[in-house]
Design a protein. Structure first.
Length: 183
């Protein structure tokens, strides 16, 4: 782990000097230098002192880079197509096996000609328009503001039966952090 690098990055971003950290924590400048260059590993008690001096939660110092907040700006979204109707899929964000996508359904389009199954669980929120969804014997019409969820290992289908475009926000959870899931 690069705890020391995390500490240095936070300290510099907050414009705090090593001397100020040492004054607050009672640690020596030599020790802090060794911590920041990952030459020594501080105890949890020492990390707690450093976290308090930096005004950050202790757990934040222990996060790996990929575990920290990830940002995808609206103009930087990856856009792909899915299904036989080539639905537009905007990839919003992902973390630890959870992905969020925004799927746009022009009138009359669907996730496929027949219900499909895949690994994972899905939670859907209809953002605009109206869609029909079915999974096995369960089905319904859903409009903007409605939500539904299912275990995706059971074949399922979503269709825009309306005359207006529809958009559905989908959170997908899989055990493997897979980027390739058809809806």
């Amino acid at each position: 782990m690069n705890i020391g690098s995390n500490i240095r990055t936070i300290r510099k971003r907050k414009h705090i000097t090593i001397a100020q950290i040492c004054e607050t924590t009672g640690l020596s400048q030599g020790f802090m230098s060794q911590v920041e260059t990952n030459k020594t590993s501080p105890s949890i008690a020492t990390l707690s002192l450093i976290a308090d001096a930096l005004n950050v939660p202790l757990a934040y110092l222990l996060l790996k880079k990929e575990e920290r907040m990830q940002v995808v700006r609206s103009k930087e979204r990856q856009i792909t197509s899915s299904g036989s109707d080539k639905l537009q899929v905007e990839h919003l964000s992902s973390a630890g096996g959870v992905r969020m996508v925004l799927v746009h359904f022009p009138p009359g389009t669907s996730t496929g000609e027949t219900p499909q199954a895949h690994e994972g669980k899905e939670v859907h929120l209809v953002i605009k328009g109206e869609v029909y969804a079915e999974q096995g014997e369960d089905f319904g019409m859903f409009q903007a503001g409605d939500s539904f969820s299912w275990n995706a290992c059971v074949p399922h289908l979503v269709i825009n039966k309306g005359d207006e475009p529809a958009s559905v926000l989908i959170a997908i959870h899989t055990e493997a952090d897979s980027e390739t899931v058809d809806f």
